[in-house]
Design a protein around this ligand. Structure first.
Ligand SMILES: Cc1cc2nc3c(=O)[nH]c(=O)nc-3n(C[C@H](O)[C@H](O)[C@H](O)COP(=O)(O)OP(=O)(O)OC[C@H]3O[C@@H](n4cnc5c(N)ncnc54)[C@H](O)[C@@H]3O)c2cc1C
Length: 387
């Protein structure tokens, strides 16, 4: 067992940290408030190879694993730039394409994802189905040599920044007559695909959308993979990378908040010559949050290591636990940071309250804490399903 990163991973961590710090949280907030995207940061991260660290080298990537991508997610978040689209485009879409796309799809999409010139977002959530993906109502029907898609999706992140949406739909299996899931690469400018932006209480340059698919016609090669059989494994292939990288983003955000708060409490004096951080009522909550964040980081490291070793089932348990732990730790860290900063905690200038919405959402999305507890109860503790 080792807790050390490889020299290459250490270098990656230092380099991404330096990049994140050059932009910082004020850049992130300014972009969000102006309704703009973090285009410069994304482009630079792409140019430096950070967006493609987990993409195979033959498609322009760095040939690393989810451990490397988690480092990128954590360090940018630790610099105050938690970019959700890292979870969607390089983690979910690139993994699904690398593992289950056709050779033609890999060649067409992966180089652009690797250098950051292309983004592919992911649409599974629907208004009616919610957490229960077995109830998905978006349907793909064969139409000549292509497909016709109809349905509704909600909370889909980054559609306005992406060239394609990876849409999860149901198709009819001609051999059994049963509906089975399939993934489709739908261009965001496809006829019949419309969107409306959701107003979210999150300070973020990345937006969520309602998506309407009304007779969206896509060619046969929009179906991800060689056949309909690729659908379910492709869907599951995206889950572990999603959980591990979103957990890393949470851990990075927690670190960022604790660092801001510690700097403040170490120097702020209101009673005589003592810093407020010398009062245990102030320092213990911060120390407690730091312990929770560090525990989550350990679980993220374990999940990444298992995933990169091809141990998908064990990575599933560890990844879910990491996501749960990091989601809770990030929310605790940001809330504690706001509290110990007092009034300054609620100002934009000190840059912690701006993260309240994002960390709160991190306990709901991309998978809620309750659904993770259901997973652990069933798969680790052997309990029956209640639903
Ligand atoms: C900021 C943000 C970005 C997002 N980006 C994307 C995206 O890019 N693509 C995408 O497809 N989706 C995205 N989502 C959607 C997200 O994945 C869902 O919101 C999440 O999976 C929960 O689904 P729901 O909102 O339908 O909640 P519901 O399923 O309606 O659940 C509501 C509440 O009930 C609980 N609950 C439901 N069923 C059970 C049960 N059986 N046992 C215990 N508790 C239960 C849930 O945990 C939750 O707390 C995003 C959401 C947010 C907030």
């Amino acid at each position: 067992m080792t807790f050390d990163l490889t020299p290459e991973q250490d270098q990656l961590r230092d380099a991404v940290r330096a990049l994140g710090r050059r932009y910082g949280h004020s850049y992130f907030v300014e972009k969000a408030r102006a309704g703009e995207h973090t285009t410069e940061l994304w482009a630079e991260a792409g140019r430096l190879g950070y967006l493609g660290v987990n993409i195979p080298t033959e498609y322009g990537g760095g040939g690393g694993g989810i451990t490397e991508l988690a480092i990128v997610c954590e360090e940018l978040a630790a610099a105050g730039c938690p970019l959700l689209l890292l979870v969607v485009s390089p983690a979910i879409a690139a993994t699904v394409l690398s593992r289950h796309g056709t050779e033609e799809q890999r060649k067409r999409h992966l180089p652009g994802l690797a250098d950051g010139s292309q983004k592919i977002v992911f649409a599974i959530t629907e208004p009616e189905a919610g957490s229960n993906f077995h109830r998905l109502g978006t349907v793909a029907r064969r139409d000549g040599d292509g497909w016709l898609l109809n349905g509704r999706k909600c909370y889909i992140s980054g559609v306005d920044e992406a060239g394609h949406v990876l849409v999860v739909a149901r198709t009819e299996d001609s051999s059994t007559g049963k509906l089975k899931p399939a993934l489709f690469l739908v261009p965001t400018d496809a006829a019949g695909l419309t969107r409306s932006k959701l107003d979210m209480e999150i300070v973020s340059p990345e937006n969520q959308f309602l998506l309407y698919l009304d007779d969206v016609r896509v060619p046969a090669d929009a179906l991800l993979g060689e056949s309909l059989d690729a659908g379910l494994p492709a869907l599951f292939a995206g889950l572990n990378p999603e959980r591990i990288t979103v957990a890393a983003m949470g851990a990075g955000t927690g670190r960022y908040a604790i660092e801001r708060a510690s700097e403040y409490t170490a120097t702020r004096k209101v009673w005589g010559g003592r810093s407020i951080g010398s009062h245990q009522g102030v320092s213990h909550p911060l120390a407690h949050a730091a312990v929770q964040v560090e525990l989550a980081r350990l679980m993220i490291q374990k999940a990444g290591t298992l995933y990169d070793a091809g141990r998908d089932l064990e990575a599933g348990v560890a990844g879910n636990m990491a996501k749960y732990a990091a989601g809770e730790a990030a929310a605790l860290a940001v809330d504690t940071a706001v509290q110990v900063l007092g009034g300054a905690g609620m100002t934009t200038e000190y840059g912690v309250a701006t993260l309240l919405g994002a960390v709160r959402a991190g306990r709901i999305a991309p998978v809620s804490r309750e659904m993770i507890l259901n997973f652990v109860a069933q798969h680790v503790l052997g309990q029956d399903k209640s639903y």
